[in-house]
Design a protein. Structure first.
Length: 110
């Protein structure tokens, strides 16, 4: 029987962020967890995550940086409007990368 991701201990999801590099992690409210904030602090990465509404003591976050997350998410949404990207129908990584570059250029020129 395979355990779901919600049944795993808290230490296992931390493995996913061990090798991240960069100064900041932008995420939405769903990722507002103490274990994640602590793991990011240990890795010297700033957590740009708005606090959940039910937090007794809301954590601080950089609102200006968080606005970029919205722009990035919208851009990926526009990329997924292209069927070839959404279904990843390209046979090679090179052609898929080229298709993303072309689609990104078309989106930027609009």
């Amino acid at each position: 029987m395979r355990a779901s991701c919600f049944a795993t201990p808290v230490a296992r999801p931390a493995v996913l962020i061990e090798r991240l590099s960069g100064g900041k992690l932008l995420a939405d409210r769903a990722f507002d967890a103490n274990w994640l904030r602590e793991a990011l602090a240990e890795a010297a990465t700033e957590a740009v995550i708005p606090p959940k509404s039910n937090r007794r003591f809301p954590a601080e976050f950089d609102r200006d940086t968080y606005k970029w997350r919205h722009l990035i998410e919208n851009f990926f949404g526009k990329l997924k409007e292209y069927r070839g990207i959404a279904t990843r129908c390209c046979k090679t990584d090179t052609s898929f990368t080229a298709f993303i570059a072309i689609a990104a250029t078309v989106i930027r020129l609009r």
